[in-house]
Design a protein around this ligand. Structure first.
Ligand code: DSN
Length: 449
């Protein structure tokens, strides 16, 4: 029994310490993590009852609640429908499913629904080392759970992008059921409009994994996948889209082809892959959508500016930042080859000692099975941008990183400067400081004043 209580105590202490460590003392550059505003956090705290509830059932072809199998749903239904509508309006599409609990879950439902629709097991994907998410890959969800066969897009290392001409040949020859774009290492817009007709003619649906760039898309930056020809967007809601952890699927019900697919995707959501849809995250997801409606363009532009500033600065200071022939990035991310400094694992661990948190990353020329020791690091700027970092702060942060990477100063010494820099950026920008502030904004907008 003593062991049990000791473990419970350890749990509480570690949880408290984590909040201080990662939220107050580290600078976060992990490209897949978002930063919630005070209003979004307040909404999460206010909706704890939803954390205990269920809302299993079917949705209609707009994504609204059609049938639920439990009682007590009168406000839950309104909440689900409102969040669905906010996302539909933000992304200008006719159908949304917000019941997914993660981006991987969204991929599961879409890949399953589309393979039921096309009766094909073939999927054209970006290679894992060139940025596909593990859930797209034959070693992950797509292959090991759904039994899909991966056929790889042709990828240009020089352009850090899918090669549209060569991929067109691959799609024509493979005749897959699904062609995917998007992913986790994602510097430049993928050639959706160049390849959509090729995909349609081959009998494939086009899926765009926007998990990393959903907030940039909401801000009108990067690319507009649905208008460019994607049939489905899958995403998480907690990276550049700064909401609680969750998932979403978006589509436009353009014709019967899409209608058939949406019905199968809905079936793959429920009953195939959800029971509890984690309702407690929904109101806060809606507040994050509201913030992107109001502040999204400014936030997205500054995020990309910051990533480009860092790319230029690190490159001028001798690091091998990829994508240099195209301005390093058009997203929130950078990819840097750090083999000269011991590789991605070593560099990420040294930076961690200085409280600069990022991840090692495969680069397109790496062996994808060598995930332990890849050549690169991936750097994301969405968190620091929301904390108000601009050009000078970004350059100073890069100086601190360079000192650690080159071994000019000990990480322990640099850590003090990192904590001080973090403390200078206490306020979260491009969002509301409280729900009250959000409400006042909405009331003024509704009255037109
Ligand atoms: N594995 C995450 C990433 O870091 O990109 C996404 O799920």
């Amino acid at each position: 029994m003593e062991e049990f209580f000791k473990t419970a105590l350890e749990l509480i202490e570690a949880s408290e310490k984590h909040e201080v460590y990662r939220d107050a003392e580290c600078i976060n550059l992990i490209a897949s993590e978002g930063l919630k505003s005070p209003a979004v956090k307040e909404m999460l705290r206010l909706t704890m009852d939803l954390e205990s509830r269920y809302a299993e059932g079917e949705n209609d072809l707009m994504g609204h609640v059609k049938r639920r199998y439990y009682q007590g749903q009168k406000y839950i239904t309104v909440i689900e429908n409102c969040v669905t509508d906010l996302m539909r309006m933000l992304f200008r599409c006719s159908w949304v499913d917000i019941r997914l609990v993660s981006g991987t879950h969204a991929n599961l439902a879409v890949f399953k629904g589309l393979s039921l629709t096309t009766k094909s097991k073939k999927m054209v994907v970006t290679p894992l080392s060139a940025g596909a998410h593990i859930s797209h890959d034959y070693t992950g969800l797509a292959g090991m759970v759904l039994g899909l066969e991966n056929i790889e897009h042709a990828y240009s290392i020089r352009d850090m992008n899918i090669d549209p001409d060569k991929s067109a040949e691959i799609i024509r020859a493979a005749k897959p059921g699904i062609v995917t774009f998007g992913g986790s290492l994602f510097l430049f817009p993928h050639p959706v409009k160049e390849l959509r007709d090729v995909a349609y003619e081959a009998g494939a649906y086009v899926v765009y994994d926007a998990a990393h760039v959903l907030g940039l898309i909401a801000g009108g930056v990067f690319q507009d996948p649905l208008r460019e020809g994607a049939d489905f967007i899958t995403s998480s809601t907690h990276k550049t889209f700064p909401g609680p952890q969750g998932g979403v699927i978006l589509a436009d019900l353009r014709d019967e082809r899409i209608e058939k697919a949406i019905k199968n995707v809905q079936f793959a959501v429920f009953p195939l892959s959800t029971s509890n849809t984690h309702l407690g995250r929904l109101p806060a997801t809606g507040i994050a959508a509201l913030e992107l409606k109001i502040f999204g363009e400014m936030l997205a532009k500054q995020t990309v500016n910051n990533a480009q500033t860092a790319g230029q600065y690190l490159y001028e200071n001798g690091l091998k930042v990829l994508g240099e022939n195209q301005g390093f990035t058009m997203s929130h991310q950078l990819a840097v080859d750090v083999r000269d400094y011991g590789g991605g694992k070593r560099v990420a661990e040294e930076l961690e000692k200085a409280n600069i948190i990022l991840n090692r990353n495969l680069l397109p020329y790496d062996d994808q099975n060598n995930r332990e020791k890849p050549s690169g690091i991936r750097i994301g700027f969405q968190d620091v941008t929301r904390r108000g970092f601009a050009k000078d702060d970004i350059r100073y942060l890069c100086d601190l990183m360079l000192e650690v990477i080159r071994g000019k100063r000990k990480p322990d010494e640099v850590r003090e400067d990192v904590i001080a820099l973090r403390r200078e950026h206490g306020e979260i920008k491009y969002g509301f400081q409280s729900l009250q502030e959000a409400m006042e904004h909405l009331q003024r907008s509704v009255k037109g004043i």
